[in-house]
Write a protein that binds this ligand. Sequence first.
Ligand code: C5P
Length: 231
Amino acid sequence: MNSTQSLTPVITIDGPTASGKGTVAHRVAQILGWSVLDSGALYRLSALACLEQGVDTTDQAAVAEVARNLDVEFKGPQILLNGRDVATRIRDEEVGNLASSIASQQPLRDALLARQRAFRCGPGLVADGRDMGTVVFPDAQLKIFLEADVAARAERRCKQLKEKGFSANLANLMKDMEARDARDRSRSNAPLCAASDANLIDSSNLSIDETVNAVLDLWSKHPASTISPRS
Ligand code: C5P
């Protein structure tokens, strides 16, 4: 990391599946005029590239090699893999489940580290994921850990899927979410957990706007912030 990068402010937002961190990260970044890093997309892109190249995903060196060679461009809502928009494809359950499974491999995590840190450029970065505050940006100026109880998260996801015209079963969604969270929390490499200096926000009973405001309130109180504290 060079000195400009370490001076560039970062807000990290970590949390379990469907805690709303992606939406909150995008809104906060938009309001501050900062860049955003959706780190989960990089794990999903690695999983998709492995599927498409027929890579044996138990071969950790081969998976890491795929990640190192990813040709990716984030272009507004588009996510281009080798020039092809895969923004919708990487949200498939098949890709998400494979991403969650290979995410426990340390060579893959190492291969994605520099790529994630390269997103840190002025005027600031909002980074969302599982290990943004603990591993990728341990010196972040503000760290958020966004929690929500599993029922609230499953209901949100169910509503989102139905709005997009997909069928969804609440009980199954809740079961899948609990399994994915358990895997993310219990793995030995970069497990999902709050950094010791993270601010916990429970969004179970908060709207997206209220959660965004809670993050902006915390940021406004930081000495590096140029936005005024809210009353
Ligand atoms: O956030 P999203 O659901 O898109 O992430 C897909 C998977 O990638 C997660 O289930 C998690 O296992 C993994 N992941 C990770 N570290 C991150 C972001 C995502 O291990 N920083």
